[in-house]
Ligand binder design. Structure first.
Ligand code: ATR
Length: 286
């Protein structure tokens, strides 16, 4: 049930610092338009020292907002300041979606759901991969590892430059995760069915190492959470050896779905036109 004193039309926000380049307003604005819903979604720059106050105001019955997204650097703080944290966000220790319900502020994390929903749509059957390899052990990696484990992928290898960070994630998420340093990568790719890059390697034209994607299964999928450029060096390498690829833009679009449904009451579709709009914005700000 919604908060009985909530405002109408519904307002939602994305709070971060910096927040200028967030593409979430394009996504939610498109859906509001598309469904003719009387609401708004706005960017709010909140410096770290003001975030606790921002959340306190959001909890107040007079807040203009039904909820919103939080992004860097507030995901951990959002998780500890909300009144109710769902098990997904609790285990991650990070939240990206907040909403008010029955006078309480609820928090979840939709990054993993977005990752999986995108693969389900772009590549049905991707979860019959057997062995999955996730490169990177930062915040984005966590949500993806959790989602892969929850989807019961039988073998999940976390590979990271700093192997101790990968080991921490193995401790956090348990079996079937295993931790490795970068030197193990090529051998692990042998017979693997899924490769996910969660590092910044290849972002904005930076270099990425050449990996032995030719050792993967012929029906393997290679995906990257980097979406600028859309076709990253890892995706290009995978295509060159004939593998299917899934780009990172879909995850960004799909992680927005549960929040929109909470605040505005309609489950939105991730349409090709929305993808085009976001791509145009990326092009315009190159
Ligand atoms: P995020 O929360 O966005 O995932 P992060 O916590 O900064 O960001 O993590 C970035 C990831 O990219 C890490 O796994 C990082 O490896 P380290 O843990 O060893 O720092 C990885 N990364 C960044 N630059 C890299 C590089 N040049 N080579 C290998 N890994 C790199």
């Amino acid at each position: 049930m919604r908060d009985s004193r909530e405002t109408f039309p519904a307002r939602a926000f994305v709070a971060g610092y910096p927040i200028k380049h967030s593409r979430s307003p394009i996504i939610h604005g498109y859906w509001l338009d598309q469904y003719g819903l009387p609401g708004s979604y706005e960017k709010v720059a909140v410096a770290p020292e003001n975030f606790a106050d921002f959340i306190a105001q959001l909890k107040h019955a007079d807040s203009p907002y039904r909820g919103g997204n939080v992004t860097i650097p507030h995901k951990e703080a959002a998780c500890s300041l909300a009144d109710r944290i769902d098990p997904v966000a609790e285990e991650l220790g990070a939240a990206n979606t907040l909403w008010r319900e029955d006078g309480l502020l609820h928090a979840t994390n939709t990054d993993g759901v977005g990752f999986v929903a995108n693969l389900d749509l772009q590549h049905p059957g991707w979860d019959k991969v057997g062995r999955a390899i996730v490169l990177g052990a930062g915040g984005a990696s966590r949500a993806i590892l959790q989602a892969l484990r929850d989807r019961q992928i039988p073998e999940i290898h976390v590979v990271n430059r700093t192997v101790d960070r990968a080991r921490e994630l193995v401790q956090r998420f348990g079996a079937p995760l295993e931790a490795h340093g970068m030197e193990a990568l090529d051998a692990l790719l042998e017979g693997a069915g899924l490769f996910v890059n969660t590092t910044s390697l290849g972002m904005d034209g930076t270099a990425a190492p050449t990996l032995a994607f030719d050792r993967m299964r012929s029906d393997a999928v290679v995906t990257d959470i980097v979406y600028v450029p859309l076709k990253t060096p890892f995706l290009m390498q995978a295509e060159r050896v004939g593998l299917d690829t899934v780009d990172g833009l879909g995850m960004l679009l799909h992680q927005a779905v549960p929040g929109f449904e909470r605040w505005f009451g309609k489950k939105p579709e991730v349409a090709a036109e929305l993808r085009r709009l976001v791509l145009e914005d990326i092009e315009a700000h190159k």
